[in-house]
Design a protein around this ligand. Structure first.
Ligand SMILES: NC(=O)c1ccc[n+]([C@@H]2O[C@H](COP(=O)([O-])OP(=O)(O)OC[C@H]3O[C@@H](n4cnc5c(N)ncnc54)[C@H](O)[C@@H]3O)[C@@H](O)[C@H]2O)c1
Length: 439
């Protein structure tokens, strides 16, 4: 039977008492950073398997609201020969440990902002998965929390640290294809249906109350989780915010834009599946950036989540169109640079791995890169992650409303359209402890 709210609170109190006796052992004297994982699902497990192999960190806490996933994470740490980590369903127990220095957050999107802000306020450095926030307002509050508390906040867009992607961007910056005026990002793959379901009891061992957390309350149903929550507006941002945001981030980086777009248009819908998903399986969005110091620039995003074939050689990829040539890039294979009349000028093979992104985050912590100095930030600093997530949110708003939105980059508001502007924020569960201040 499902745990009741009272069970959860009672369980939390018991765990907190046990925790009080264990915290002292959390800090270590061997120079390793004490780190925690919050959210031990598909991606969290990927992080954990990397972290336990490192000689510069010790995983002192694991946190998940699913008992089976929590136990599996604890076992990964134990199997690697590290001391038994504190394991809990309540992230507050993790964040209150004075000895803890950094936290990896790999929860569903609706928890990213609230958890990262709580972690920053507790003085922890934060590695938070992409898209950095469920909505525009939370992303802004995350930047403010990171700067106010002088903590490093890295977003899980690991391409930013991948040598093969960095070398492509270097070519673009050096003018190898002339002026890059347009970038394209595509997410073209085949995903299944999540079907239809009705509300029911959460499975035993899932603390669903904690899972929903500060989001507006929504009863459990079987096709909400795991993983597929990303197709529900209350919890995720659609596949554009899932796989798409990686390519959008690379596209923005290659375009060299350092503000938000001022105009975003989009169309799309559920062309291929009939299920409970609340986001488009087919989506086309185009954004324009102002040309204050140069020409206007454009980013085009395409998504077809029903494609049993790759596009331009890559399942998910990017193309950069310059005045003298073109560069085509895929995270799993590398890039090709073409000159006039499609002459292949240079190419590089390689793929993207999360190891260098972990290295970058930990190096920033060790060298004290915490002042938010623009010249000394992690490769996927929260401000960069926020800009890429804002594209996602604006594209989703434009597609949902089927109209073009005009964005004020400085105020982070949509002008002249109250309905669209209202979608930059979300509804919360009343008086939940994790609702960020200022939303
Ligand atoms: N960087 C990448 O390449 C990459 C790849 C896949 C997923 N991701 C990101 O990782 C995140 C997780 O995705 P996933 O596919 O692993 O989803 P998932 O559903 O498999 O895992 C999420 C986990 O978080 C747990 N969780 C939920 N609420 C929690 C809470 N309050 N406290 C602690 N744990 C909680 C869930 O029980 C679950 O185990 C998403 O933001 C996703 O976008 C990133």
């Amino acid at each position: 039977m499902a745990a009741t709210r009272r069970d959860v609170i009672k369980g939390t109190a018991v765990a907190a008492a046990a925790f009080a006796t264990q915290v002292a052992g959390a800090a270590d004297g061997d120079g390793r950073l004490a780190v925690a994982l919050i959210g031990c699902g598909g991606m969290g497990r990927g992080h954990l398997e990397r972290l336990v192999k490192r000689s510069d960190v010790r995983v002192t806490h694991v946190c998940d609201v699913d008992d089976a996933r929590l136990a599996a994470a604890r076992k990964i740490v134990a199997d690697a020969g590290m001391p038994d980590p504190h394991a809990t369903a309540d992230m507050r127990e993790v964040l209150s440990d004075q000895g803890l220095q950094a936290v990896w957050i790999a929860t569903p999107d609706h928890w990213h902002g609230p958890a990262a802000i709580l972690a920053a306020e507790a003085g922890k450095h934060v590695y938070v998965e992409k898209p950095c926030a469920h909505n525009v307002r939370e992303g802004r509050l995350m930047i403010e929390a990171a700067r106010r508390n002088k903590v490093v906040m890295q977003v899980g867009t690991q391409s930013r640290s991948a040598p093969v992607i960095r070398s492509a961007i270097e070519r673009l910056r050096a003018g190898a294809i002339g002026e890059v005026l347009v970038a394209k990002a595509w997410n073209s793959q085949r995903r299944g249906s999540i079907g239809h379901a009705l509300p029911g009891d959460p499975p035993a061992g899932l603390h669903y109350d904690h899972w929903v957390g500060p989001a507006a309350w929504q009863p459990y149903q079987q096709n909400l989780l795991p993983g597929v929550w990303r197709f529900w507006r209350n919890f995720g941002c659609g596949d554009i915010g899932n796989d798409g945001v990686h390519e959008i981030d690379i596209a923005r980086w290659g375009l060299g834009v350092t503000t938000h777009p001022d105009t975003v248009a989009g169309l799309g819908g559920k062309y291929a599946v009939d299920d409970d998903q609340q986001f488009p399986d087919t989506q086309y969005c185009v954004a324009e950036w102002p040309g204050a110091d140069g020409p206007r620039k454009q980013l085009v995003f395409e998504q077809r989540d029903w494609s049993p074939y790759v596009q331009e050689g890559h399942e998910n990829g990017n193309a950069f169109y310059g005045t003298k040539g073109m560069l085509v890039l895929g995270k799993r294979s590398g890039w090709q640079l073409y000159g006039e009349r499609n002459k292949l000028i240079e190419q590089e093979q390689g793929n993207v791995d999360i190891g260098p992104h972990h290295d970058d985050f930990l190096a920033c912590i060790r060298r004290g890169a915490t002042a938010g100095d623009p010249g000394d930030r992690p490769h996927a600093d929260i401000e960069e992650g926020h800009r890429s997530a804002v594209f996602v949110h604006l594209a989703n708003i434009a597609c949902c409303l089927r109209r073009t939105v005009t964005f004020d980059s400085t105020r982070e508001r949509i002008g002249g359209d109250a309905e669209a502007d209202g979608m930059l924020r979300r509804a919360y569960r009343e008086e939940h402890w994790a609702v960020p201040r200022g939303v």
